[in-house]
Ligand binder design. Structure first.
Ligand SMILES: [Zn+2]
Length: 173
């Protein structure tokens, strides 16, 4: 079975500039992007090239169900504020294709998206082969008492303060 390579904007731009790599991917599988990613490709020459190969690329709109699921899971690890709407659409598309039992690989250079993939067990890689090793989770650290707590909480469970800073720490320790 051929693999669906789901690309975010950064990896699509890299592949547009490295067309040998792009052709290799098309030999090995399909390229799928969301409309949000397509619309982020703004410079004229990249657009022209993209439009020239557009019949070999699937532009898929992830369903509301998978968009909601992605948002919910992003909240779980506190990265819903860090990922853009486009980033979330890319993750939602990968999840949806996986749910239909396709082979999926999400290509991204973005460590936040990679982190999300790792958490959701979405196979991923990057065009430049730079990938993260550990899942990072975002927590809030209270500026009054120093308590570290879940980023979904609005106030410190220890002292009730609303003042915090965001910190990242490994989720598996
Ligand atoms: Zn506190």
């Amino acid at each position: 079975m051929k693999t669906y390579y789901v690309l975010d904007t950064s990896s699509l731009l890299r592949l547009i500039r490295d067309q040998d790599k792009l052709l290799n991917i098309l030999q090995d599988g399909f390229i799928a992007i969301t409309k949000e990613v397509y619309e982020e490709i703004k410079d004229r020459s990249s657009r022209l090239f993209l439009n020239a190969i557009i019949d070999r690329i699937s532009i898929i709109n992830p369903s509301p169900q998978f968009r909601r699921e992605t948002m919910r899971r992003a909240r779980d690890i506190g990265c819903h504020n860090v990922l853009s709407k486009t980033d979330l659409s890319v993750v939602a598309l990968a999840l949806e294709l996986l749910s239909r039992n396709y082979d999926v690989k999400l290509l991204t250079e973005d460590f936040e998206i990679q982190n999300m993939c790792k958490f959701l067990k979405i196979p991923y890689s990057s065009v430049t082969d730079k990938v993260i090793k550990k899942i990072l989770k975002t927590f809030k650290k209270c500026l009054v008492c120093g308590e570290t707590y879940e980023s979904s909480l609005s106030a410190c469970p220890n002292c009730g303060s609303l003042k915090y800073k965001l910190i990242k720490t490994r989720a598996d320790n």
